[in-house]
Design a protein around this ligand. Sequence first.
Ligand code: HEC
Ligand code: HEC
Length: 400
Amino acid sequence: MSTRFEFRTIAPAALLGGAVLLLLASPALADKTENKAEPPAGARVLDLPETPLNYSKLPLPAHFRTSQVRQADNTPSRNPITDHGATLGRVLFYDTTLSLNGKTACASCHLQTNAFAEPKPVSIGFEGKQVNRNAMSLINLRYYARGRFFWDERARTLEDQVLMPIENKIEMGHNLKDLVRQLNNDPIYPPLFEKAFNDPEVTQQRLSRALAQFLRSIVSYRSKYDQGLEKASSVNADFPNFTRQENEGKRLFLGRANCAGCHMSGGRGGALFFMGRPRNNGVDANVSRTDGGVGEITFNLSQVGQFKSPDLRNVELTGPYMHDGRLATLEKVIDHYNKEVKPHAFLDGRLRGRTAETPRQLNLSESQKQALVAFLKTLTDRELIADPKYSNPFRTPAGK
Ligand code: HEC
Ligand code: HEC
């Protein structure tokens, strides 16, 4: 799959392409001002409140204030979330001028209404070309203890990750050096950098820090599940606000179906639905044509077929599912685990039957499958997807 390869090898390619991109930048900019007619660049209107919104001190429930959750927090001490920093990150996240032709923002592929995932199997980049993978949800990223990002974890930190889509030839196609110059000349940015970093100068490092702050501020903690957990004695007890079916689904998730065995790290305090590390869940049989996931990055054979999973919170809104968006619905996801796990030499032990060649079958009844889906839907956080502080701050769509 050549597109996939291009996507991975983007960093060196972007370096080589630097000179070319410089030449391309001017027609692209001219294009944009043309579309907007007048007045030019400054016409993009931001709708930000006088005092910044609260990103740094979220009123998290008790199950998010445990030592396990604190230990999972990957916020580096040199880049704490500030309200001004996250506000700047929010503007950058929604700004289409971060892409070479001014058409694609981070938010074009990471939609708030979809918990910052996207309802397409694979993403489409700034020039209409396909990315090989499904856009991941950006929920609770700060609580992924390994602090690594992408399905194959090729980004070592969030600060590294946020710059990669900008230079990715398919996604946004820009060049960081040119972009920094462009933002320094854009009337909206120096004042925002001044507030965030006490200095109006736009630099690559500040750009990265602000985007990472905004993403770490996106915490989902207001679902029906959270309300239930606050009232119950533990995650294992039946939740008083759940239906009988939702409680049955929760029991299956934690127990017989052992979804929690992979999807709940950091103990069973119940706050996090991240995996402890990437795993092989048998979406593909062991053949070389398929996306190798982590193994293609580490060149460690035993990691072929391993993928990170996004946090399962809001999973109702983040479909289609898996790294290439192959499963359209949650029902199909349950069918996969019920009896469609493929044999693979490195299939995770939890999904094996007697041998790797005979994957586990759960033999769930129809009503048990429905109960699992009903439980997954209790993880939906309607307040998050409507929260103005995570929404598009441009009054007019930027760059359009
Ligand atoms: C063209 C669509 C597209 C655009 C634009 C885009 N992304 Fe993504 N994003 C994706 C896809 C697809 C993945 C998964 C890619 C992979 O794993 O190889 C992803 C993954 C991520 C992840 C990893 C999440 C995790 O849990 O590991 C983060 C963080 C992220 N994007 C942030 C951003 C930011 C910040 C921007 C803007 C600077 C951006 N994205 C622009 C499609 C896009
Ligand atoms: C062996 C560990 C393991 C077990 C057990 C497991 N999963 Fe997964 N799950 C994964 C991995 C790995 C992925 C990502 C795979 C990929 O994208 O190719 C994943 C992905 C998912 C996704 C898609 C997430 C997304 O954003 O696309 C859902 C939903 C899901 N699992 C639900 C469940 C449910 C429900 C159960 C229990 C029936 C379960 N999982 C059991 C490892 C596991």
